[in-house]
Ligand binder design. Sequence first.
Ligand code: BGP
Length: 509
Amino acid sequence: MLHFKRLVLLSIVVLSALLCFVTTTDQRNSTNAFYYGVLPENFTWGASTAAYQIEGAWNEDGKSENIWDRFCHEGGHIVMNLTGDVTCDSYHKWRDDITTMNEIGLKHYRFSLSWSRIVPDPTTGVVNEAGVNFYLNFITAVKQAGIEPMVTLFHWDLPQILEDNGSWGNETIIKQYQHYADVAFSRFGHLVKYWLTFNEPWVTTWMGYGTGQYAPGTKQPATLPYLYAHTIIKCHATAWRLYDTTYRARFNGMVSITLNTNFYAPKNSSKPEDVEAAERAAQFMVGWFAHPIYVDGDYSQVMKDYVRRNTNSTDGSSRLPTFTDTDKLFIKGTFDYFGLNHYTTSLCEPSDAAHQASVPKGYLGDMEVKLTVDPTWPKSPSGSYIVPWGMRGILNFIRTHYNNTPVIVTENGLSDPNGTLNDQFRIQYLRSYIDELIKAVLIDKCNVIGYTVWTLMDNFEWTSAITKKMGLYYVDFDDPQRRRVAKQSAMWYKRVIADRGFPDPVLIG
Ligand code: BGP
């Protein structure tokens, strides 16, 4: 029996080595190979939400209007003109949320603060004590439940008054954001180990001000995303430096930013131009923010070159703004870990004339990449492609491009159309993506220290509102009590957390 186990162990080692050889060259080849593995004790497992998506109470206790309140109330943007006015009602039902976290055995819970609840009018800076107390009670209770709060300062819900004052184009927002961060660090810092300055600035800037699909619905794809991203990067650095100089010694927390990115794979990995296109797409997406923060304080050379050449100006100027040397020093190194939101993968090849003509002039055209998918990839009910090996790919991209910085996956998950309790396809999705993460850690030595499911419970999924269900818990939005009911995936995830991954049945058997 002992011999048999040794033999099995040996074959696993040999197989892993082989797998490692194959997959470090191209993650695609590992698609079907399930890999048993257990992550270290201190690896943190969690679930995510965001203020606008779960809180409701949009105008209670002194909270001011934000751009998502305005966008939903305006009508014409959201499915069935639904709003987040009540949604999961977590502002009143937060104790129920903590019950669900306990049931699953989460190690951390990621959620966001609503700026307009804490500082309703950032132009005066007056703090709303009712808003602060709401979060203080909530964070204290999460902590008492033995769960680490992971707090996002900004998850897209800009106070409307700041939007009206020139939005991210008016640089006084940097001081206003700094003040808001200061309030959060000083009032909650003793309870919070993980901070995130921004959730997905790519979405804020590109979808809010480029395509206009998201609040506030502005469509200026050539200019505003670049200008606003520039300010957001400065805001991030300002908050990180504030924590570093004023709070770190006392609270010893970790501050970072969460970036969303697909994995960009060459359409044909034996074509150098496709490999280059994949690198360029990644530099335009994750690199847009990560290169300044994690590498050298500045945008990547390829992004600078391509935006300049597509600006096509007579004086050689670019639509991409420039950081001064002082900015670069200030921005470089403003991280304690890497927050990653990852869902899907794109295939890349150089753009051709037809494709260039089909995309709006600006950000998408500037990168000169044609993004496609493999039509054989399975799709989620809401249409996003399920590509588990992309998780391993993007983690390796971060390892090689950003000096193997510790990564926390801050979002990953799947939608379903009806919120079924027997959500086997969600279990399949999470199982395969977590397995690729385990391969990245145990085989490729990627420095991943945490994983977070999007999302704890069905909630207000932006323009899809409550028609897109992504939760581990089902929420009945017709029930005034908004009861939360565990789906199969919640109990499955509980097991994964308790097991720290997928222990090999042969080895433990
Ligand atoms: C992320 C957001 C989340 C959530 C999630 C849903 O971009 O940070 O708030 O909405 O996406 O995923 P998707 O709608 O891309 O399937």
